[in-house]
Design a protein around this ligand. Sequence first.
Ligand SMILES: O=C(O)CCC(=O)C(=O)O
Ligand SMILES: [Fe+2]
Length: 284
Amino acid sequence: MDLKEIKRVKTITKKEFRENFFKPQVPVVLEESIKDWPAYSKWNFEYIKDKVGDITVPLYDDRPVDYKDGFNEPHSKMKMSDYIDLLLAKPTKYRIFLWNLLKEAPVLQKDYNYPDFGIKLMKKLPMLFFGGYNSHTFMHYDIDLANIFHFHFEGRKECILFSQDQTKFIYKVPHSLITHESIDFSNPDYNKWPALKKAKGYKTHLSHGEVLYIPEGYWHYMKYVSPGFSMSLRGIARNPVNLSKAIYNVFVMRHFDNIMRRIKGQAWIDKKNEKAIIQTNRQL
Ligand SMILES: O=C(O)CCC(=O)C(=O)O
Ligand SMILES: [Fe+2]
């Protein structure tokens, strides 16, 4: 993989953001754009425990997709305070994924705002993500192919991104939003996954208070180098091709995949994984 370091700036104006990053759809890290948020100084594990420790949270690990699971169905549940204690005590694969802050933890709302980077953000979908030492979020793109602003708190996180035009090289699983789940994007085995050598993407490491702009529909893989959490805010996809893919994913793909899991069971999942390899190796 040819991974370029993502460009970093301290702060940015609306105009600079639109011209240099949003219009050309290039990722960027904003190092000091949320220093005025209460969250910047307050958000750490102790604070989250204190504010929302009693809430039960859905947890995901990195087990392979199983036909018995629904699309994005959680693998376990725990009280937030117990989960944070676990994160701090030892490595765990359990992650919180796409936890809607507005619905589940509205007291945290007063700690951030919707920054004006020159694109409209969806106010109903502030999402939180947590992970333990060395855990990772599989390489995926979001179902709505949104523009994502990913605000990171606590610890360090490794991020690898690919635009949609790299899809042919990264072993996408058909009828899904993920790549083949056996690939370790932090340290890929090119003998097993030779097409990855052709993939061109981006990488960075995020620290507390940094914001990563992920252009619309970009593939993203995140690895928690140390325990931490992040919040994502999103702006609707503007490119008509991305917008139509988003509509297809939400209204067709997701339901079709669920139906096929019910009818064909594990054979459906195995077949898709096999196809990911055959179709991608054709690029060689
Ligand atoms: O950081 C994570 O665990 C995943 C983040 C993500 O997928 C997103 O912001 O869309
Ligand atoms: Fe995502």
